[in-house]
Design a protein around this ligand. Structure first.
Ligand code: 3MF
Ligand code: MG
Length: 346
């Protein structure tokens, strides 16, 4: 059962520390300087947005895009890194103010589709098999603003078009119930998996479960992962933590709810997640109060917590758990689990 875990994070996880209420608090650390940190920190995979690979890709010709992607391929080879996915950044451009795929304006939808094609091109150019759709603004601030049924049909059409555009690419949908919109159209794993099955090639449509996003939907992250796993649709995970129903916090994995983190690791371990090359992805933000440049302790801490919890998952006494389940003695099961997590010896 020993899985050789491979970890990933995105360059946005090393940040300047800005929030919507104040300026940046840390010196900028260029993307190009981040790549050399990955291996040293124990990470093998890079999560990319399309413009992390090709900055300002809007104004570039196909040849310029290919050249820049080629540079990133060389960098990955030289650093011994693997690209995990490329995500179209569909939330910054003027054309995506009201969403892309579900915008009421045809010109915005056209922009979103073109941007998605460029994202697939970039993924292929760097030898990456998946794109991630975090559907940031595919939702509304007031429900009357869009026709929700039409929006879902547009999302499905977009998925099918993308599957046709490239016969090998996988699409991993990253659900999130809110932020930046109030009401998002694909809030849970269930919605993502339903869209996958409705698509024309469901084996190439999967989901990414982010712990914080599940918590924001008031769901248990390990159950969201289990649901996707039961359908062979867990493309990746974004492990982190979240203190209740607030703004999206991206706290260190296990830092708010250690027991919930244990249950996420347990479900991944018990299902052999990682044996087919799946990454343990992190999506964590350093605290705004943390000085330094670059600040990477949050990445180290989250990775370390995952590995500590793997140890806890592997030493969890399954026979005892089974005995308590048969006896329906969940009081005893709970006490055993808490003592196990705390390292209390008899
Ligand atoms: C937002 C997220 C995003 C996605 C990323 C890749 C900025 O809450 O989690 O991170 O993970 O866009 O899909
Ligand atoms: Mg994420």
């Amino acid at each position: 059962m020993a899985i050789n875990h491979r970890f990933s994070f995105g360059p946005w996880n090393i940040s300047e520390g800005a929030d919507p209420f104040g300026p940046e608090v840390r010196r900028a650390f260029a993307h190009d300087e981040k790549w050399a940190l990955y291996k040293k920190l124990g990470f093998d995979g890079v999560q990319f947005h399309d413009d992390d690979v090709v900055p300002n890709l809007g104004g570039l010709s196909p040849a310029q895009i290919a050249a820049k992607a080629g540079q990133i391929s060389t960098m990955l080879r030289n650093e011994g890194l693997v690209p995990e996915f490329v995500a179209p950044r569909l939330w910054f451009a003027e054309q995506t103010i009201d969403g892309g795929y579900t915008s009421n304006r045809e010109s915005d939808r056209k922009y979103a589709w073109e941007r998605t094609q460029r994202c697939v091109d970039i993924a292929r150019a760097i030898n990456c098999k998946a794109i991630v759709l975090w559907l940031a603004r595919e939702g509304t601030y007031i429900r009357e603003a869009k026709n929700a049924r039409v929006a879902y049909e547009r999302l499905l059409a977009l998925i099918n078009q993308t599957l046709d555009y490239d016969r090998e690419i996988e699409i991993w949908i990253e659900p999130k119930p809110n932020e930046p919109t109030d009401l998002a159209y694909v809030p849970t794993a269930g919605h993502a998996v339903a869209l996958a099955y409705a698509s024309k090639d469901h084996q190439r449509v999967k989901t990414v479960i982010e712990s914080a996003h599940a918590i924001l939907a008031n769901l248990d992250p390990s159950d969201e992962m289990a649901f996707a796993l039961a359908h062979q649709k867990l493309g990746s995970v974004h492990l982190n933590d979240q203190n209740g129903l607030k703004y999206d916090q991206d706290k260190n994995f296990g830092s708010v709810n250690l027991r919930a983190a244990f249950n996420q690791v347990l479900v991944l371990e018990e299902n052999g997640y990682g044996t087919k090359g799946e990454f343990i992805g992190l999506d964590v933000k350093a605290m705004r109060t943390q000085a330094g440049c670059p600040v990477v302790d949050h990445l180290k801490a989250s990775r370390a917590m995952f590995l500590h919890l793997v140890e806890k998952a592997r030493t969890y006494d399954r026979a005892l758990v089974e005995k308590f389940r048969v006896q329906r003695d969940y009081e005893a099961l709970e006490l055993y689990t808490l003592r196990h997590l705390m390292g209390v010896k008899d």
